[in-house]
Ligand binder design. Structure first.
Ligand code: AMP
Length: 290
């Protein structure tokens, strides 16, 4: 596995590989790798193209400097995991990557919902780095986790708006035995990790109740209160939204997902699950599945 820090070195290596007719499959990460990240890597390796992984804890996407400082960094371990997976290239940019090129990119409505509401500048920070990566690498495919569903929609928009010739591949969320979505932040929770089990359980509960029929919007507030009583410090959001654009469901049946973000011990966690059947909202109150 070849390690590269400088973007100009990465550019010349990519050019060299492309001159040999190689295609690049790219997996961007912030490191502290777990089985979720590795499932992206395994997908990226399936078609035998060059597999490039980046590890960069992007300061621009943290709206809280303490959160940035606390973010777990385990470079040695990450390197050994990636080399076991036979990753070809590991890009470890330094902070210079985000010190120049002050451009802004219009993210549109999707970035104003869910995590965009209380993480000001987060998606703008993600976009800035992803655009730089796409420009340098121009990958054949980019692999993203469904856990960060809103982020996948934003990156799909970037690829489309800026005419990158890259396919966005979204990989299902990897969960632990208690159905908690794997996340680098889970480790910071220590003993409070047990509370994170409430996250998948409330998502499954909502989907089950929707499928049983007669699901009223007020039920969402009841469920929010119930998990707060069980020890979750804050429910940042719990919403059923359309999968395509994160709009609220309306009277036309459409594919939707349930999205949640909670804070436990100052650690912000997110998760989401898809609803297999189409959903509609009647009288702004009653959900119906098709
Ligand atoms: P991160 O290092 O948290 O920025 O994540 C890097 C990539 O891994 C993103 O595309 C995430 O959506 C994805 N990812 C993170 N956790 C999981 C998981 N539990 N299952 C699948 N993909 C994940």
């Amino acid at each position: 596995m070849l390690l590269i820090n400088e973007s100009k070195n990465l550019s010349s290596e990519i050019l060299r590989l492309k001159n040999f007719g190689e295609k690049i499959n790219f997996v961007p990460t912030m490191g502290n790798l777990h089985a979720g990240h590795l499932s992206l890597v395994r997908e990226a390796k399936k078609d035998k193209h060059i597999c490039l992984v980046s590890i960069f804890v992007n300061p621009l996407q943290f709206n809280n400097s303490n959160d940035y400082k606390k973010y777990p960094r385990t470079e040695e371990l990450d390197r050994s995991l990636l080399s076991k997976e036979k990753v070809d290239l590991l890009y470890l940019p330094n902070l210079e990557l985000v010190s120049k090129d002050n451009f802004t990119y219009s993210l549109g409505d999707i970035s104003k919902k869910l995590c965009g509401i209380d993480r000001k500048g987060h998606f703008q920070g993600v976009a800035k780095v992803i655009i730089k990566f796409l420009r340098i690498i121009n990958p054949h495919c980019i692999y993203l986790g469904e856990k960060d569903f809103q982020q996948t929609l934003i990156i799909k928009k970037i690829v489309k708006d800026l005419n990158f010739n890259t396919k966005v591949v979204v990989v299902p969320t990897v969960r632990d035995k208690n159905k908690i979505a794997l996340s680098s932040r889970n480790k910071i929770l220590g003993k409070k990790l047990v509370l994170a089990q409430l996250i998948p359980s409330i998502l499954s509960q909502i989907i089950k109740e929707l499928n049983n029929g007669d699901f009223n919007l007020s039920r969402i507030d009841e469920l929010k209160e119930s998990i707060k009583k069980k020890g979750i410090d804050k429910v940042n959001y719990l919403e059923i939204l359309k999968e395509r654009n994160l709009n609220k469901p309306d009277k036309i049946f459409s594919y939707c997902r349930v999205f949640i973000s909670v804070t436990i011990n100052s650690v912000r966690l997110i998760d989401n699950m898809g609803i297999k059947k189409k959903v509609r909202l009647l009288g702004e109150k009653y959900f119906e599945v098709n």
